[in-house]
Design a protein around this ligand. Sequence first.
Ligand SMILES: Cc1cc2nc3c(=O)[nH]c(=O)nc-3n(C[C@H](O)[C@H](O)[C@H](O)COP(=O)(O)OP(=O)(O)OC[C@H]3O[C@@H](n4cnc5c(N)ncnc54)[C@H](O)[C@@H]3O)c2cc1C
Length: 86
Amino acid sequence: MNIVAGAQYARIDDQGLHYLHEDKPALLEVDNVVLCTGQQSVRALYDELVELGSSVKLSLIGGAQRAEELDALRAIDQGTRTALAL
Ligand SMILES: Cc1cc2nc3c(=O)[nH]c(=O)nc-3n(C[C@H](O)[C@H](O)[C@H](O)COP(=O)(O)OP(=O)(O)OC[C@H]3O[C@@H](n4cnc5c(N)ncnc54)[C@H](O)[C@@H]3O)c2cc1C
C-alpha cells in the first residue's frame, strides 16, 4: 500500500486520478476510485427552530452537532443520554 500525504485532487478521467503532490502534477493510473471524502453536519432544521424561538426543548447531537472523524460511538452515546433525559 502506498499512502500519499498532502495530495490535492485535480480530476478523474479515463487515464485515472490526477492530483498535485508538492505542487507537481501526478497521475495514478487506476480503473476504480473509491471516495471517502468526509462529512458535513446537516443542522438546518435545528437552526430554523432556534431562529423561530421554538418552545420545544432542542438537542443537537451526533453528526448534526459535529461531523468529524469516524465517531458513531459518540452519536450513539449522545442519543442514548438524550433519550434517557426525556
Ligand atoms: C462513509 C462514512 C463511513 C463512516 N464510517 C464510520 C466508522 O467506520 N466508524 C464510526 O464510528 N463512524 C463512522 N462514520 C460516522 C458515523 O456514520 C456517524 O458518526 C454517525 O452515523 C452519526 O450518527 P447520527 O445518528 O448522528 O447521524 P446519521 O447516522 O446521519 O443519522 C441521521 C438520520 O436522520 C435522518 N434525517 C435527517 N434530517 C431529517 C429530517 N428533517 N427528518 C427526519 N429524519 C431526518 C437522516 O436520513 C438519517 O437517517 C462514517 C461516516 C461516513 C459518511
